[in-house]
Design a protein around this ligand. Sequence first.
Ligand SMILES: Nc1ncnc2c1ncn2[C@@H]1O[C@H](COP(=O)(O)OP(=O)(O)OP(=O)(O)O)[C@@H](O)[C@H]1O
Length: 280
Amino acid sequence: MPDTTHPAPDAPAADAPAGAREIPTLAVEDVTVRFGGIVALDAVSFSVAPRSIHALIGPNGAGKSTCFNAVTGIYRPTSGRVTLGDAVLTDTPPHEVARLGVGRAFQNLALVGGSSVLDNVMLGRYSLTKGGFLSYGLRLPRTMKAERRHGERAAEICDFLGIGAHLHRPAGVLSYGDQKRVDIARALAVEPTVLLLDEPAAGMNASETADLARLIRDISEGLSISILLVEHDMGLVMGIADRVTVLDFGRLIADDTPAVVQKDPAVIRAYLGSVEEESA
Ligand SMILES: Nc1ncnc2c1ncn2[C@@H]1O[C@H](COP(=O)(O)OP(=O)(O)OP(=O)(O)O)[C@@H](O)[C@H]1O
């Protein structure tokens, strides 16, 4: 992936919800999620401080994806709640969660490969419009003016992520690293106050992962938003996170700075245990 060389885009357009960029705390409060007899999350609580890079880690099956899905309203917790400032995300339908300031990039690229980079990023933008996707389909004059403005903003975000040169190319022909950037651009197109990144380094080699670490720092510093990151690459996590929450079998076993978490005996045991299970 190329380095990010462009300055951060200006503050969001006037009709974007993030407005003057007050960044609220994301709080997971005593959240339990059960699937039949499986307790995927067991009374988990932690907070993502405004403008921090916060990692959520744990061995396979620890409950990380379940936690992301609870934050984005895809799963309803059995008990507990998730708040973003005053908004209760767990009372909000999934399609409204983006509008409240939560952007999510996915583990498996969910791009429309045959559509242009710009069109893919604009898909994120439609959640900000009053009429949504349908009003654009009808091509009303007012909506076409708004579409131009949204298109300009989407292009700015792509510039910031170093993919501005590819705006009109089909997303599917880009390198894996650049497709990942398109996915992140689409998540940023909702003008989030918190960006959720689900295993962004999966499938990347060491040099792509180093580029990604720089990109995540650039997003954090340039856009001044919070980032919650699920990631298995410990080098990446420990290198960029301000704080690390560790889950094991659905329970929170550590929540501290990277330096403290790395030395935590419960964390070491959880990871060693998972390695022993895999090799047994
Ligand atoms: N929709 C579901 N139905 C039933 N069980 C589920 C569902 N989603 C997750 N689980 C179970 O909940 C537990 C936590 O799974 P989850 O996918 O959240 O873990 P994870 O930490 O994201 O794992 P990985 O690192 O492998 O992606 C696992 O036991 C999993 O099998």
